[in-house]
Design a protein around this ligand. Sequence first.
Ligand SMILES: *Cc1c(COP(=O)(O)O)cnc(C)c1O
Length: 369
Amino acid sequence: MDNKNITVTSPLLPDRAEFDLMLKEIWDSKWITNNGQFHKRLEAALCEYLKVPFISLFTNGTLPLLTALQALRITGEVITTPYSFVATTHSIWWNGCKPVFVDIEESTCGIDPEKIEAAITPHTTAIMPVHCYGKPVNMEAIQAIADKYGLKVIYDAAHAFGVEINGKSVLEAGDMATLSFHATKVYNTLEGGALVVHDEQTKKRIDYLKNFGFAGETEVVAPGINSKMDEVRAAYGLLNLKQVDEAIEKRHQVAIRYREALRNVKGVRFFDDMPGVRHNYSYFPIFINAEEYGMTRDELYFKMKEQGVLGRRYFYPLISTFSTYRGLPSAAPENLPVATRIANEVICLPMHHVLSKEDVDRILELIVK
Ligand SMILES: *Cc1c(COP(=O)(O)O)cnc(C)c1O
């Protein structure tokens, strides 16, 4: 047996020879950052691929979250989910706002729209949901609440690259949506990210904010930050875009095999595809009911780890348990019963485009009893 570790993810890498040609172009042009040719080409290519009108590239997936809140002048309290990567809540903190955690629903692992209204106060200005694992949350229900109370909606869509419902991108929902192109994501530019907006004026403003607030050679309109994407990463991103559909299809095939094998395993729950949704298979979370399965999540997690199968407990611990946030009234576990339980049940199985049939067999052997 091959005892090589099986990692939870593996980065999608462009062809080296093609990348070298692009690097030569960059070297020849001597234009390496600040809205160069490759940056412009990648923005245009992503607009087309993602079916959105305006996109602004960033140096990672955290800074577009910070910038979205700044651009929309969000203050006071922001309602969000504790079941996410910590950057979601950090972006609220960085804007001097107070995060208010609302519980998630088991069916999507996203914020539970039915629990949002109870968390709204006179200080609430925005809702920041996450399409966790790329599973779309109920955007209509969330928008209805936002409209009723006059709130902005910023989607952390870091997991939702290319996800569509009935042919329409989920990135169109809300006031803005952010993406991460980190190495561990379905689509990467080494590090990188983007902010999706709905109109040209807003796109212009975002472009100022990611470049220190410069609106011209001598004019600074806001205390912007520096979060521009450079030419090398933009070129890399153009190449990866050509192969991302193939990578998603390979992930899809892995998901099919996982589901077939796990369908009748007692105490193991997983997600099926949602009708009308184009999924990106970015993660394959399973949820362990210890009583029915006969083993706790951690027992299975460490058993897999010992055998070189490196799943990840995404998302555990909850953001609301970290020292920065645990003192908030909304962080109390009693306020977050579903998220608290799910965080103790979840293991994300290895999921990427180069998992072999043998790898999947080895993983399943450890789970199926
Ligand atoms: C990856 C991720 C981010 C942060 O993206 P980076 O590109 O790593 O800065 C934000 N939110 C979620 C939900 C993520 O998974």
